[in-house]
Design a protein around this ligand. Structure first.
Ligand code: EPU
Length: 430
């Protein structure tokens, strides 16, 4: 099994280019099949979850032309099935966007129950509620979500919780419904705005994305477009926090600094310097960083997808910090792995109390999910000695060329697949 092997202790310095946003691209690839015309998507991240979704739309008949690693041309006129089920798609969460896309286009969709990271109970009741209010019947049968409507009609939908997935899914289906839809208590993440912009560039009429009320006037058909995915704010944040944790100096390029404000604010609080440019941010770590508090919240609050990474930064700060997780109830499982590396963390319910330590030490740890895995990599880069991280397939779901990008800024990290390769790595690194 492939693992990352890291020799830590080197401050990361240099420049790194951020890829397209995975969680925006998932919605955008699904949206692309809603027209019979050709859609070209650029700045796609070359990561496992996106590649699985693209292979899956090809499997149901969409014509897919890979222009290059980051660009794909999709034509949905050749789709011959609304039944989405394969071993790979079962493992990703973004598969559920094919429900909204296929239901909008064909009034029927059968999609395997979504997988994704095990970070707590991840119900889909709000997706169900949204589709039902648009006039569909939704049931779960043999592990599949089956949604069907004679016709979809606009509706006034008030979500009980702020949900990214259901907001995007209802936007997709409602774009081709008859009449007007209003989504209240909508999620406001940058990827919601990106999917709405993409749909609008296909002829949809969506207003208010990025606020908590989204208004959609259904149109009878969508057309082809060329669209470029926004940069991934979580990948960017991971590198920003890696600069802080390793006391490095990284210019993180191809970002939208506005999307990173919650992260920038915390970096200032702990004592880092942050310089903002038009499409880049530089983070300079401080030898002595301060403790702080953070609570995860829907955008524009501090993202849950950055929670494990900030825990690593706090682990190396002076004093006691707290991290409150308010989105997913089971997102602290990685704490046991971090404590193997010498972190001092106590979890009480949904709060982690972190007592800063002077340093971490290398250990053999497991990536339990995507963001936790990325956080362990950051911890390994700070730790004295060697760290090995198992189950890196989780990390590869959402970080493009993570090890390569890290090496380009001075990290000593390799993918190793055998004891011999581990020995070779130890021999090669200084
Ligand atoms: N929720 C419900 N009912 C629903 C849907 C959600 O109660 O029908 C609850 C969830 O249990 C959670 C909260 O609402 O407590 C927010 O869930 P949301 O729907 O926003 O999350 P998601 O769509 O399952 C996406 C990202 C996650 C990211 C969250 C929050 C994708 C594919 N996944 O998940 O990304 O953590 O939004 O921003 O877009 C990741 O990239 O590592 C990742 C886990």
């Amino acid at each position: 099994m492939e693992k990352y092997m890291i020799k830590g202790g080197t401050p990361l310095t240099g420049e790194v280019e951020i890829s397209g946003a995975k969680n925006a691209a998932l919605g955008i690839v699904a949206a692309a099949i809603m027209t019979d015309e050709t859609v070209t998507i650029e700045n796609l991240p070359d990561v496992r979850d996106i590649n699985v979704l693209i292979d899956t739309i090809a499997e149901i008949g969409a014509t897919v032309e890979r222009v290059n690693r980051h660009c794909v041309r999709i034509n949905g006129s050749t789709i011959h099935s609304v039944h989405v089920d394969n071993e790979q798609v079962k493992k990703i969460r973004g598969s559920y966007y094919l429900l909204g896309a296929l239901l909008g286009k064909f009034n029927k969709a059968e999609v395997t129950l979504p997988g994704g990271c095990n970070i707590g109970s991840r119900p889909i009741d709000q997706h169900d509620k949204g589709f039902t209010m648009l006039g569909a019947s939704v049931k779960i049968e043999y592990g599949m979500i089956v949604a069907e409507a004679e016709r979809l009609s606009g509706a006034h939908i008030f979500f009980d919780v702020v949900t990214v997935g259901a907001t995007i899914n209802v936007m997709l289906a409602a774009s081709l419904a008859e009449g007007n839809t209003i989504i209240e208590n909508a999620a406001k993440e940058p990827h919601i705005v990106d999917v709405a912009n993409m749909l609008n560039s296909m002829g949809a009429n969506i207003k208010g994305a990025g606020t908590d009320v989204i208004r959609i006037k259904g149109v009878s058909k969508l057309h082809g477009t060329e669209y470029s995915v926004i940069p991934d704010q979580i990948e960017a944040g991971t590198f920003m926090f890696a600069a802080a944790a390793t006391r490095g100096n990284i210019l993180v390029k191809n970002v939208i600094p506005k999307h990173l404000e919650a992260l920038t604010a915390k970096l200032y609080e702990v004592g880092c310097s942050v310089e903002e440019y038009d499409d880049a941010v530089r983070v300079i770590g401080n030898p002595i960083q301060k403790s702080s508090q953070v609570k995860t919240l829907p955008y524009p609050g501090f993202p849950t997808d950055m929670q494990p990474q900030i825990t690593v930064v706090f682990s190396l700060a002076k004093g006691t910090s707290t991290v409150t997780e308010s989105i997913f109830e089971n997102r602290f499982k990685y704490v046991d792995e971090l404590t193997k590396m010498g972190a001092k963390i106590r979890v009480e319910g949904n709060i982690a109390v972190i007592e800063g330590v002077d340093g971490l030490t290398g250990a053999n740890v497991n990536a339990l999910d995507l963001r936790a895995g990325a956080a362990l990599v950051v911890a390994g880069l700070c730790a004295e000695g060697y760290t090995t991280i198992d189950d890196i397939h989780y990390i590869q779901r959402g970080y493009e060329n993570f090890d390569q990008k890290l090496r380009s800024i001075g990290a000593q990290i390799e993918i190793v697949d055998s004891e011999k390769e581990e020995q070779k790595f130890k021999f090669q690194v200084i």
